[in-house]
Design a protein around this ligand. Structure first.
Ligand SMILES: [Zn+2]
Length: 187
């Protein structure tokens, strides 16, 4: 199913929604089309060019997303899928202060770790296990939440995403074939 990037009236990205929802917002005049990429949306009653990026006609206030729990996926993304002790590919989430010693599952106490370091550490502090953290874990900033939310960004979205100034080359997994169309600009 196709996806559209939705922007606030201020052009600040808000998230990703299905083409169908984006079209409904446009038809109800709650949003305008900013970018298209030639993709078509078809339903029983409707066929139209699907918007790739839409912008709300009104401003919505967005609270900060600071209290999202550190899921495995989110921790791996923050830490670049690398063990924060040795740099090898990460397989586990490690609690720096072990849970058995009162460590909490919070952003500044979890790191991505390989199986070896995670096993070596067990219920010890890094120093006790002879391990050293590459950097102190912390709560990620706003741009991170957006990356987590957006996932694989479409080419037309990039100008609207912070810290995504260049097109991402699709990896061996997760990439999907796309033909970049001529960016049609509206408005
Ligand atoms: Zn390791």
């Amino acid at each position: 199913m196709g996806r559209s990037l939705i922007l606030n009236a201020s052009f600040e990205p808000l998230g990703v929604i299905a083409h169908r929802r984006a079209i409904v917002l446009v038809l109800r005049e709650k949003a305008e089309i900013v970018e298209r990429n030639g993709a078509l949306y078809r339903s029983e009653h409707l066929q139209m060019e699907a918007p790739s990026v839409i912008r709300l006609r009104y401003y919505v206030h967005v609270p900060h997303r600071l209290h999202v729990a550190p899921s495995r996926k989110a921790v791996f993304l923050r830490d670049g899928h690398r063990c924060q002790y040795c740099g090898r590919p990460a397989e586990n989430v490690d609690h720096v202060l072990p849970r058995s010693r009162g460590g909490r599952h919070v952003w500044d106490n979890v790191v991505a770790a390989c199986r070896r370091c995670n096993g070596r550490k067990e219920n010890k502090l890094p120093g006790e296990a002879g391990l050293r953290l590459h950097r102190r874990p912390s709560t990620p900033g706003d741009g991170f939440w957006l990356r987590l939310l957006v996932g694989q960004a479409e080419r037309e979205w990039l100008p609207y995403l912070p810290g995504a100034g260049h097109p991402r080359t699709p990896g061996p997994s997760g990439g999907h074939p796309r033909t970049p169309g001529p960016g049609v600009r509206a408005g």
